[in-house]
Design a protein around this ligand. Structure first.
Ligand code: SF4
Length: 408
């Protein structure tokens, strides 16, 4: 009998917060009620919030395209325009959607099309693809493109890494002020940072509840509920949302409510989600009484370095310290620590074909961790491009892996 999945009550509020986010952007882009800045998912969102921009995240749009499985029709359109099938499938889904005039934002939030940017702001801390992605739109819309080039990969975080990033962030202010038509108010920047820090701390606390046995939430829940931490950080609404979600998770802890009924296995997910298979995977793990309790991906929006008293310095630290921007050794230690803290029985590495940046199985890490006694499984797939994903193969591998773990 399939295991019961317990719905999260806060989901209704989540939908409202996300609807507000998109409505503000729609009004700015389509009714002239403000300026729109496009930002990469770990770009300097706080600075943009402080300057009064409505901040739109194309990667979030990529995830929506993946989840709604629209990517299948859109990626080939970008491929035909010269964007390789082997580069980021958020990028190819998004650009394909633009070229075809297709976006679920029309149906979901009443947009006429993707929101026209007034400025494009990137940070290469995650990959180079984001810069090329935004360059496409710079040519299409003829708007300013500004950004930060972060040293990569960073071992231990040192001042020499931070200084350069900090001054690049400071250099963004002048061009952004020109587009915003206003001067940066240092008080507003401190306020945005304080809210972002509070949001990230609450999100961290939500994720940490997954360390309890049984876990009150799964990685698949987190992939949905991380929305405000990504797109609304720096806003009071995100803080309020995570207070609500955290209270619900604490209630579950008190009542020992398991996200996966009869939880008997606990797993770590490394790499990108497979957006078009979130539900299928969630159901398969639940049926196997296995709970994915922790992930690299959802932890990527914990910015514990943000400090309103040193805005630029702390943003530089927070956005350089990111897991994705670190050396193999730092990453391995990080994963090992989370496996221990969350009492995971094994790790599933998702080797996403079009995001080598966030696939950590390519340089021997699963083998090294296995030798240390942590069982690992590598599955091939992709974030949006399901041509690289075999349902049958993944299903069988997960079944065999969980059987092996159960025997141990
Ligand atoms: S990190 Fe990966 S998924 Fe994210 S934008 Fe870069 S290539 Fe795409």
């Amino acid at each position: 009998m399939p295991a019961k999945r317990v719905e999260i009550r806060a989901s209704g509020e989540l939908r409202k917060v996300m609807a507000l986010h998109f409505e503000e952007i729609r009004q700015a882009a389509e009714e002239g009620k403000g300026k729109v800045a496009w930002c990469t998912s770990v770009g300097p969102a706080e600075l943009l919030q402080a300057l009064g921009f409505r901040v739109y995240f194309p990667e979030n749009h990529g995830a929506i395209l993946g989840t709604s499985r629209a990517s299948a029709d859109l990626i080939p359109v970008a491929n035909a325009a010269g964007y390789s099938p082997e580069i980021c499938s958020y990028l190819t889904s998004d650009i394909g959607g633009y070229l075809k005039g297709a976006t679920p934002l029309k149906r979901l939030y009443g947009f006429k099309g993707i929101p026209r940017p007034d400025v494009l702001v990137y940070n290469t801390n995650q990959c180079r693809d984001v810069q090329d992605w935004f360059s496409f739109y710079q040519r299409e819309f003829n708007v300013p493109l500004v950004g930060v080039s972060t040293p990569h990969p960073v071992p231990a975080l040192e001042e020499r890494h931070i200084k350069g990033v900090e001054s690049q962030m400071e250099a963004l202010v002048e061009p952004l002020e020109k587009v915003a038509g206003t001067r940066l108010d240092p008080g507003e920047l401190r306020r945005a940072l304080a809210l972002s820090r509070e949001c990230t701390d609450l999100w961290n606390e939500v994720l940490r509840t997954g360390a309890a046995v049984p876990s009150p939430l799964t990685f698949f829940d987190e992939c949905i509920h991380m929305g405000p931490a990504v797109v609304m950080r720096g806003r009071q609404e995100a803080v309020d949302y995570y207070k609500l979600l955290l209270a619900e998770m604490k209630e579950r802890l008190k009542d020992r409510v398991a996200a996966v009924e009869g939880e008997s296995l606990r797993l770590y997910w490394d790499g990108m989600p497979v957006w078009g298979r979130l539900r299928d995977l969630s159901e398969q793990f639940a049926a196997l009484r296995a709970c994915v309790v922790v992930s690299t991906y959802c932890n990527s929006w914990i910015f514990d370095e943000l400090d309103p008293s040193r805005p630029f310095h702390s943003m530089a630290r927070a956005y350089t310290k990111l897991f994705i921007n670190r050396t193999e050794q730092v990453k391995q230690e990080y994963i090992r620590r989370l496996v221990r803290d969350f009492r995971a029985h094994g790790i599933i590495f998702h080797d996403s074909k079009t995001c080598p940046n966030n696939a950590n199985s390519r340089y021997g890490m699963p083998q090294r961790l296995s030798k240390e006694g942590i069982p690992t499984l590598v599955i091939n797939g992709d974030l949006c491009d399901l041509r690289f994903y075999s349902d049958a193969q993944v299903r069988t591998s997960i079944e065999a892996f969980t059987e092996q773990l159960a025997e141990r």
